[in-house]
Design a protein around this ligand. Structure first.
Ligand SMILES: Nc1ncnc2c1ncn2[C@@H]1O[C@H](COP(=O)(O)OP(=O)(O)O)[C@@H](O)[C@H]1O
Ligand SMILES: [Mg+2]
Length: 277
C-alpha cells in the first residue's frame, strides 16, 4: 500500500457564472488521518469536495504524493478519490447488496489484476458482504434501496464508498440522518479504516463536538475561503465560531482531552450564517 499525502494549493472552482472558491490552499492531509470540514450553509463545502474528487472543473493543484490530480480523467481521478454525496439518488430499483456490488464494479478498473469470472464474482461478493457487516447493515443486504429510512440510506451510501477502498475518502455530511449511536459508530469506523488502510478521510460535519472528538485536523470554511485550520483546539475557538457562524460560544478544554463547546446565542447583528456581506 502506498501512503501519499494530499496537498491542495491555489485551488479555484465554481459554477458557470460564479466563482465559489478562489485560490484556496490547505495544510497537508496525511495518510491515516481524519479531517473535518466545517462551515455554514452555502460556505462552499460540497463544492470543494466535488472539486477535490474531480467531479467539477477546477484550476490550481491537488497533489496526491507526486501525482497531480487536476486534469486527470474522471476514471483516473476516481481510482484515487471517492466522494460520498449528501444524498443517495432516489428511484434506484436495486437491493442494498446489488448497489454495493455495483459501486465496486464501477471501480473495477482500479484493480486491473483482479480475476474475472466466477472467482472474481465471489471475491466481489465477499468484499461487499464484509463492508456491509462492518457498517452494521448486513441485515439489510436484500432490502430494496427505496424501502430504507433516511439513516439507513446514508449507511448504504457509506458502504458504497468504502467498498471501493479509496486512498482519499470525501464524506459529505455522512452522519446528518443518523441517530446518536450510529453517528459514533460511523465516526469510529472511518477512523479505524483510515488507520488500517492509510486512507485520508475528509468529512463535512455540522456537529462541532463530534468533529473535535474524532478529527486530527479541522478546516473552517466561510464564503469559499479558509477562516481557520489546525487541531480542533486551534481551529474551534469562540473567535472563529463568531466569525464563521455568527454565534456566541464558549469552548472549554476537558481534563481528559477534547473540547466542550457550548453555543449560547446568535451574536447581535449577525447576518444569517452564509449570507454574503
Ligand atoms: N450546481 C450549482 N450551480 C450553481 N451554483 C451552485 C451549484 N451548487 C451550489 N451552488 C452555489 O455554490 C455555493 C456553495 O454551495 P455548496 O458548496 O453546496 O455549499 P455547502 O456545501 O457549504 O452548503 C452556494 O451559494 C450555492 O448556491
Ligand atoms: Mg453541502
Amino acid at each position: 500500500m502506498r501512503h501519499d499525502a494530499l496537498q491542495v494549493s491555489g485551488l479555484s472552482t465554481g459554477y458557470r457564472d460564479r466563482q465559489i472558491i478562489q485560490s484556496l490552499s490547505l495544510p497537508v492531509f496525511r495518510p491515516g488521518e481524519v479531517h473535518s470540514l466545517l462551515g455554514p450553509n452555502a460556505a462552499g463545502k460540497s463544492t470543494l469536495l466535488r472539486a477535490l474528487a474531480g467531479l467539477q472543473p477546477a484550476t490550481g493543484s491537488v497533489k496526491l504524493g507526486e501525482r497531480e490530480l487536476i486534469g486527470l480523467s474522471l476514471a483516473e481521478h476516481a481510482r484515487r478519490v471517492t466522494y460520498m454525496p449528501q444524498t443517495l439518488p432516489q428511484g434506484v430499483a436495486l437491493s442494498v447488496l446489488e448497489s454495493v456490488l455495483g459501486a465496486l464494479q464501477a471501480s473495477a478498473t482500479d484493480h486491473p489484476g483482479d480475476v474475472g469470472g466466477k472467482a472474481g464474482h465471489d471475491a466481489d461478493q465477499r468484499r461487499a458482504v464484509a463492508i456491509l457487516e462492518r457498517v452494521g447493515i448486513l441485515h439489510l443486504a436484500l432490502e430494496g434501496l427505496d424501502h430504507l429510512s433516511g439513516g439507513q440510506r446514508q449507511l448504504v451510501s457509506l458502504a458504497q464508498s468504502l467498498v471501493r477502498e479509496p486512498r482519499v475518502l470525501l464524506l459529505d455530511e455522512p452522519i446528518s440522518a443518523l441517530d446518536l449511536q450510529h453517528q459514533l459508530r460511523v465516526m469510529r469506523l472511518v477512523q479505524e479504516l483510515a488507520r488500517e488502510r492509510g486512507m485520508i478521510a475528509i468529512m463535512v460535519l455540522h456537529d462541532l463536538q463530534i468533529a473535535a472528538r474524532w478529527s486530527e485536523g479541522i478546516v473552517m470554511l466561510s464564503q469559499g475561503a479558509v477562516v481557520a485550520t489546525g487541531t480542533p483546539a486551534q481551529a474551534i475557538t469562540p473567535d472563529t465560531l463568531a466569525r464563521v457562524y455568527g454565534v456566541q460560544a464558549r469552548v472549554e478544554h476537558c481534563s481528559r482531552g477534547g473540547l466542550q463547546i457550548m453555543v449560547d446565542d446568535v451574536l447581535p447583528g449577525a447576518l444569517p450564517a452564509g449570507a454574503r456581506r
